[in-house]
Design a protein around this ligand. Structure first.
Ligand code: SAH
Ligand code: SF4
Length: 437
């Protein structure tokens, strides 16, 4: 018989940080359900805004050239920038005190003028299949989620570009969140740095790293925060920075047409398009952005995208029962993408509490996939990963937005970070109830 337990976290808990292997983790390792209380306030959307200006710039937001310029203003030699980059991006060390080939005086100057603080880790959840989800806290208290998906030959990190999203796609849980603010470039890159720190992923050679791929498929619309996304990705790609190749990074967009060309020109990374319907009538019903940039305009931008040799555009297609999953939809898709190097990723809809859709039946998804395949299109059905921790697409930050009940139906490990003192306070506020199956 499976013993399951429920524990409740009050959303107002102020805890966390530090201590990777807390005894909390050891103790609360069994299958569990988690309920989190709703936050105050409504669901009204507000316009996207930028992060409040910080007193000192964060290192993760500075290119090598920008750091060199910064050092110049501080009266430090330019070569220090490369030394700092080696520590940070090659060794995973971003504590000034540990940068031992820098003089104490220079380290003090750097500490005074550059921020290197990590993101706070509120919760780390590790699913049975190894998928790991972090809830990170930002300096202003906002939270973002980042998910690591390990596979046999690669490890993919799904990062967020905004807190929430302004776009309201009707099948997407992120889209129903109240607030959206743009993440800074430093906050975007910090998700990669933090994940690698948590995964203990700083091998001597890049080839040996666990985190091999980055996808911008977390919270937010990356092309509504283009400049910051571009700066962070450029640092992730810079050989002096993290050195990820253009093949290893994928940006997913719901179709912000005017920005697509810039992605090609500035970054040349892989492009994924949340298409989800082949015609304006269906697409507008589920994705309001289609009102602004309809299918025809989107396809024209994609046909103009400078694809590198042997590369293809990926179309994400969420399978919604009786909405976009008929043979006629499949045939319309085949016609729509004719001649464009592309593949499809069929995503079984991940339901969330209150979602107005159901997932297409398995047989329907298979038939849909077979129809696309018969027309020569690659159309694998995406396996859902990390189901037990709601780490799947469109479900991010569902707990922290506090607007639903998150059920962990399968065993998972939940680590709540904190100092001994903070954990003691957690003990006061978390109620643990064991439930017998
Ligand atoms: N805003 C960007 C990137 C984040 S969403 C975009 O829309 O492309 C990442 C992918 O998850 C998108 O294809 C999105 O349409 C899909 N998605 C959102 N909610 C989902 C759900 N409930 N089930 C399955 N896929 C979903
Ligand atoms: Fe935003 Fe993407 Fe979700 Fe649409 S699918 S609401 S664009 S995160």
């Amino acid at each position: 018989m499976l013993a399951r337990f429920i524990y409740c976290l009050s959303h107002s808990l102020q805890l966390y940080n530090l201590s990777a292997d807390s005894d909390f983790h050891q103790k609360y390792n069994p299958p569990c359900l988690i309920f989190l209380h709703p936050v105050q306030g409504g669901m009204q959307k507000v316009a996207t805004h930028n992060a409040p200006a910080q007193a000192k710039p964060h290192l993760f937001g500075l290119s090598l050239t920008a750091l060199q310029a910064q050092l110049k203003t501080l009266g430090l030699p330019a070569f220090r920038a490369k030394q700092v980059f080696d520590w940070v991006y090659k060794k995973g060390v971003w504590d000034w005190a540990q940068m031992t080939n820098l003089s104490a005086a220079d380290r003090a100057t750097l500490a005074q003028h550059l921020d290197v603080s990590p993101l706070g880790i509120k919760v780390e959840q590790i699913a049975q299949d190894g998928t790991t989800k972090w809830l990170f806290t930002l300096a202003d208290g906002h939270e973002v989620e980042t998910v690591f998906i390990p596979e046999a030959t690669r490890g993919t990190l799904c990062i967020s570009s905004q807190v929430g999203c302004t776009l309201n796609c009707r099948f997407c849980h992120t889209g129903t969140q109240a607030l959206a603010r743009n993440l800074t470039a430093a906050e975007i890159l910090a998700q990669v740095m933090m994940a690698r720190r948590q995964l203990n992923d700083w091998p001597a050679q890049d080839e040996g790293r666990k985190l091999t791929n980055i996808v911008l498929m977390g919270m937010g619309e990356p092309l509504f925060n283009y400049d910051n996304v571009r700066d962070a990705i450029q640092l992730a790609m810079d050989p002096a920075g993290l050195g990820y190749g253009t093949r290893k990074i994928t940006l997913s967009t719901s179709g912000v047409v005017p920005e697509i060309a810039r992605v090609g020109a500035d970054l040349g990374i892989q492009l994924a398009i949340s298409l989800h319907a082949p015609d304006d009538e269906t697409r507008t019903k589920i994705m309001p952005i289609n009102n602004k940039w309809p299918v025809r305009e989107l396809m024209a931008a994609l046909r103009a995208y400078p694809l590198k040799e042997h590369r293809r555009i990926t179309f994400e297609y969420v399978m919604l029962k009786d909405v976009n999953d008929t043979d006629a939809h499949a045939d319309a898709l085949i016609k729509l993408v004719q001649g464009l190097p592309c593949k499809f990723n069929l995503i079984p809809f991940n339901p969330w509490p209150g979602a107005p859709f159901a997932c297409s039946d398995e047989a329907r998804i298979e038939a849909f996939a077979a129809r696309l395949s018969a027309a020569g299109l690659d159309a694998p059905v995406r396996k859902t990963r990390g189901e037990d921790i709601l780490a799947a697409c469109g479900q991010l930050r569902s707990e922290s937005s506090g607007r639903n009940t998150v059920s962990l139906e399968f065993p998972s490990v939940v680590r709540v970070y904190g100092t001994a003192d903070q954990r003691a306070r957690l003990g006061e506020k978390v109620s643990v109830t064991f439930v017998e199956d």
